[in-house]
Design a protein around this ligand. Sequence first.
Ligand code: IMP
Ligand code: MG
Length: 174
Amino acid sequence: MLKLIIPPEEIHLIVERLAKEIRHDYSSKNPVLIGVLRGAFVFMADLARALKIPVEMDFICAARYGTRERPTKVAKIIKDISTDIEGRDVIVIEDIIDGGQTMKALLEHLKVKRPASLRLCALILRGKKRDLGLKVDYLGTTVGEGFVVGYGLDYKEQYRHLPGLYIIEGKGGV
Ligand code: IMP
Ligand code: MG
């Protein structure tokens, strides 16, 4: 069962606010937005259009795997960007940050490519107080417990198409 937590109109306001913050900081620049596949594709499409400044776009995909020897999941890059970001102003666009491991691995991976600057924009952060060891430069909103779907976010590849954000109830385990 799905419970609506953020309706499309509210997402629109969040995206407009983030776009304004980013536009303020990057108005004289031509930043590269790097969307984290697959969840961030809807957010990135709306944000890029709301920005109203020239941007370039690329995508990266990471996945977390655990093995029997090492059950702690480690994030691996499974699709890299093809844009040369050396000396460029880069903003990573993520759908949701939970424990932060995926984003830490991604940022480390991108730093090696020597961008002039590297910032992070996330639509959702789970929990407020947790020390992620990660700075979210542009944050949409925070959520508590519960698995979030819709607006690009999935549960087993379902629900990405929904225009609002929902908590999936009765799923168990996650
Ligand atoms: P982290 O490494 O724990 O921060 O996990 C972040 C990644 O897990 C995100 O990129 C999402 O793909 C996925 N994820 C974490 N929580 C949720 C959720 O509530 N809904 C959908 N995907 C999630
Ligand atoms: Mg993701």
